[in-house]
Design a protein around this ligand. Structure first.
Ligand SMILES: CSCCC(=O)/C(O)=C/O
Ligand SMILES: [Fe+2]
Length: 182
């Protein structure tokens, strides 16, 4: 299976509004296999039944995602909306995997590839993604300015983000080592 052309792509380098798609011309798509090599995993689920979905239950059980909450990212619902959006878009890494499931609306995750190029991943309703600990990444709403996402975590959540540069962190070095030969 592969993410189709409109799902993930290499970004242009323009400073224009972060909420725009920023595709290269011509578009340079990125497929699921390439994301997997970076340690990024993707599932498509039925978000209409997320409260009772056996597939989601199975993923949570298999991966030990014991913690779950829901965040609605919109100017009327998220306290300190502007500040948080700015924080999410600062390039950063975490000490643990970042696991997000889009229940409504849409957004983008950007991840760095091995050559340090930005890949933009379009997240729509039903998309569940896992970003590995140590990968440099960022998040933004798109031009619709709204998404509702489930946040999953193994055990008690740690939301702390470490902005780039964090190259000396063990988690970063382990992540970079994991890319060798992939
Ligand atoms: C969709 S949840 C908000 C984004 C976030 O928590 C994060 O760490 C982005 O990288
Ligand atoms: Fe993050």
């Amino acid at each position: 299976m592969r993410i189709n052309e409109s799902k993930a792509w290499y970004m242009d380098s323009s400073d224009e509004d972060q909420r725009k798609p920023h595709r290269l011309i011509p578009n340079q798509p990125v497929f699921l296999d390439e994301l997997k090599r970076l340690g990024v995993f993707y599932w498509k689920l039925n978000a209409d039944i997320y409260e009772t979905d056996p597939e989601l239950e199975r993923i949570r059980k298999d991966h030990g995602y014991s913690y779950m909450d829901i965040i609605t990212i919109h100017k009327d619902t998220l306290p300190n909306y502007e500040e948080k959006l700015k924080m999410f878009f600062d390039e950063h890494l975490h000490l643990d995997d970042e696991i997000r499931y889009i229940l409504d609306g849409q957004a983008y995750f950007d991840v760095r590839d091995k050559e340090d190029r930005w890949i933009r991943i379009a997240m729509n309703k039903g998309d569940l993604i896992t970003l590995p600990a140590g990968i440099y990444h960022r998040f933004t709403l798109d031009e619709t300015n709204y998404t509702k996402a489930m946040r999953l975590f193994v055990g008690e959540p740690v939301w702390k983000a470490y902005n780039r540069p964090a190259d000396d962190f063990d988690v970063r070095q382990k992540y970079v080592a994991s890319l060798q030969g992939s």
